[in-house]
Design a protein around this ligand. Sequence first.
Ligand code: NDP
Length: 335
Amino acid sequence: NRQILLASRPQGEPTGDNFKLVETAVPALADGQVLVRNHFLSLDPYMRGRMNEGKSYAAPQPLNEVMIGGTAGEVVESKNPHFKAGDKVVGMGGWQEYQLVDASQRGVLQKVDTTHIPLSAYLGAVGMPGVTAWYGLIKIINPKAGETIVVSAASGAVGGAVGQLAKTRGARAVGIAGGADKCRYLVEELGFDACIDYKEHKDLKSLSAALKAACPNGIDGYFENVGGMILDAVLLRANAFSRVAMCGMISGYNGEPIPMTYPQMILTNRMKVEGFIVSEHMEVWPEALKELGTLVATGKLKYRESVAQGLAAAPEAFLGLLKGRNFGKQLVKLI
Ligand code: NDP
């Protein structure tokens, strides 16, 4: 069983040296346990925060232990009456090929139906990132028909779902993403109404002008994934009583300062700004997953994946995710 451990804590930007690949024996099962062969590992921005020592909303990843992470795979052996070999499951298997799960604890391993939805989608659009999009958009922003909704990191796992869900509510979806390819994809394939390539705008004035052009009626809802200059530009174009779902601030995850130049716009525009952590809202997961699953199964919610091959490729793929080298949900295919 190959595993990737956190070997050291990064100072600023992580490197491959922060991780260590080790090989251990595949564990033997005790009663109540299930052995799962992980097929896909999910790489997510929150993992960067877990690599730090400091206190955050989640405990740090311990050194020399298997990196935490969502996984989708197949049961290969079971000593638990609720699971049998061949079941497709999702869980928090971590960066490793096999995981031994004490499945008597409720919720640690979920069976999933792959008849109409591919297994990997349960780590993306029909999984945690999808529910994140759903919660921030539906519960915080609550878009009305005709409103303009802007989302940053728009071509990513969360962002792509935000824009498409906004469209299902009759809103106008405007993405902000890095690069012409990502923008073209958002408009031509996901049905966004417009997209701004933030890399073409070196200063706030230019980005703000681009937002004005893309959002002639102002901005009613903003789904924040990035922070910094992008947030300032949005605040300058926000409408009275607009709402911001504070989901992530990836531009500061390596410790970069992310100053806010126009906080007074929140007051001037009487805005609602709300942060959230999706795992603290388990009560909405069934409703959200039902809608997301139906949309994906019927082809109405599209998504894209960047798939790295083999466990050893995980660290490099993770570093790429923090730099925008992924295009859609970043996965590692383990089998
Ligand atoms: P993505 O698939 O969107 O991948 C991350 C993307 O962020 C990259 O592709 C890149 O896109 C963009 N990015 C990276 N660095 C920067 C930067 N310096 N400036 C601007 N953009 C940058 O990841 P997810 O969809 O999984 O996550 C999106 C956001 O949602 C993250 O902020 C994450 O932390 C947050 N999140 C929050 C949750 C919660 O419970 N609050 C749960 C899940 C996710 P580009 O090429 O466009 O720059």
